[in-house]
Design a protein around this ligand. Structure first.
Ligand code: URP
Ligand code: ZN
Ligand code: ZN
Length: 474
């Protein structure tokens, strides 16, 4: 049974934020962090939890998830309900999803439509980026309205997927100029879409239809080229820019150079680019469709550059790009997901799951392997995403007055990952059978205990839409 008490005292945990690391008691009252101190005495009806030996982390903030997203002819297999429950079990208490501007609706229509589906389902707090596919004077007016009146302050644009979501350079530039001036952020999917489409066409004409050609037709150099172009557009627009799912040093090197020049360029990578490399694409096996995400996995050599950038702040965020599609026909009723492309790799919906395993996988391969400090781990998975997308200090930290989104994490536990034990609708995980150190023990959303070990105490619809403010890019 969920606790109905509005006061909870977490005793003796090790509080880790982006900057601090100390043992303390944390008192949560009425949904907020009320007091942090030593040997706190609290009268009345209080739920007291002994967190000796556990880390007390801010709830994770995942600023790149696709729940119920229409991607080409397919819809991602997590609903707002299943995806946010999975997020919660993984220690993430805020997600930022996407509202897609279609051919027929405006950015404001897209926000309203997405909120209507999300409202009764979300189990953690959420916000939305708008995917802007078409720019004209009316769209720019809507974008301004969304920023100032709807609490939607970031907009994703695609340099890939011509004819579906790709925007031309002038449209991207117009958005950068306006959104930047208004204190928001344009997030860019940087790949040269028209050249990629040519390579795909040529591969298919040569009879290369198996999933591994997905990777071979999206070379890193085309991610690098688009990243460089995006940076120059942002420089001209005098606007900050954020690159999603950076996978390669080809892209990263332009980001590093631009930052060194003082251009406000920000970027995320995703756990799969740190966990796996392109050696998975070595056969023509259909199973490889699991690894068909965009950008594709890169050669192992790229990982050392990503880790270096994560340590030294050339990459500021690790988000999941959770974009799940089932492998098996008919799993939970989902049809023609990954298998849509069994005879033609270009029809495989792009994306992989990861919303529930972000914190634990990064704790294992980052913190435990000495590649990230604990503070940096928190900064990359909660604090900076909250700052860059206008959620801080409500979200992303443990501080008096912040939302009481708190994770109790056991650094000494370990777990073996199996898809059947996860909470996503997806029928696979890229981490199947892998043993990881660390475990999310308890999760609080605005002071409410929603995850208690394996027990789900949360509820669909208890998550709230969080209106966001200006980006804190500097
Ligand atoms: O493969 C991916 N990343 N699919 C989701 C769409 C996107 O580009 O983020
Ligand atoms: Zn993308
Ligand atoms: Zn994505």
């Amino acid at each position: 049974m969920p606790s109905t008490r509005s006061v909870t005292l977490i005793r003796n945990g090790r509080v880790i934020t982006a900057s601090d690391d100390y043992v303390a008691d944390v008192l949560m009252r009425d949904g907020l962090i009320h007091t942090i101190g030593h040997a706190l005495e609290v009268g009345g009806d209080v739920l007291v939890i002994d967190a000796t030996g556990l880390y007390v982390l801010p709830g994770g903030v995942d600023t790149h998830v696709h729940l119920e997203n229409v991607i080409g002819p397919t819809v991602t297999c997590d609903t707002f309900a299943s995806g946010t429950k999975a997020a919660a079990f993984g220690g993430t208490t805020t997600v930022v999803d996407f509202a897609l501007q279609t051919a027929t609706d405006s950015p404001l229509g897209a926000i309203a439509r997405t909120q209507r589906s999300a409202e009764s389902q979300v189990a953690v707090d959420y916000s939305l980026h708008v995917i802007v596919t078409r720019v004209d004077a009316q769209v720019l007016q809507d974008v301004r309205h969304a920023m100032h009146h709807e609490g939607v302050t970031s907009f994703k644009m695609f340099m890939a997927y011509p004819g579906v979501m790709m925007a031309d350079d002038a449209s991207i530039f117009r958005m950068l100029r306006q959104v930047g001036a208004d204190g928001g952020m344009v997030a860019l999917h940087a790949e040269n879409g028209t050249v990629i489409d040519l390579l795909i066409q040529e591969a298919l004409e040569a009879g290369h239809t198996s999933p591994r050609y997905h990777a071979l037709t999206r070379p890193a150099i085309l991610e690098g080229e688009a990243t460089h172009r995006g940076i120059r557009l942002a420089e001209l627009a005098q606007a900050p820019i954020y690159f999603v799912h950076v996978s390669s040093n080809e892209a990263l090197k332009h980001i590093v150079t631009a930052r060194a020049e003082g251009i406000p360029v920000f970027a995320e990578t995703c756990p799969h680019y740190l966990l796996f490399d392109d050696s998975v694409y070595q056969s023509d096996d259909l199973e490889i469709a699991k690894y068909v995400m965009t950008p594709p996995l890169r050669s192992a050599d790229n990982q050392k550059h990503l880790w270096r950038a994560l340590r030294y702040d050339d990459l500021q965020v690790i988000a999941t790009d959770h974009c799940p599609f089932c492998m098996k026909e008919g799993h939970l009723g989902y049809r023609l997901q990954k298998m849509r492309g069994k005879d033609d790799f270009s029809q495989i919906p792009n994306g992989a799951p990861g919303i529930e395993t972000r914190l634990v996988s990064l704790f294992d391969i980052g913190v435990m392997q000495g590649k990230l400090s604990l503070n940096r781990f928190v900064e990359l998975t909660a604090t900076t995403p909250a700052k860059l997308f206008g959620l801080f200090p409500k979200k992303g930290t443990i501080a008096v007055g912040s939302d009481a989104d708190v994770v109790l994490f056991d650094p000494n536990a370990s777990q073996t990952i199996h898809a059947e034990h996860l909470h996503s609708h997806c029928d696979y995980t890229l981490l199947e059978g892998r043993t990881l150190r660390g475990r999310v023990e308890k999760v609080f959303l605005r002071g409410q205990l929603i995850v208690d070990g394996p027990q789900w105490l949360g509820r669909a619809g208890m998550g709230r839409f969080v209106p966001r403010g200006e980006v804190r890019a500097f």
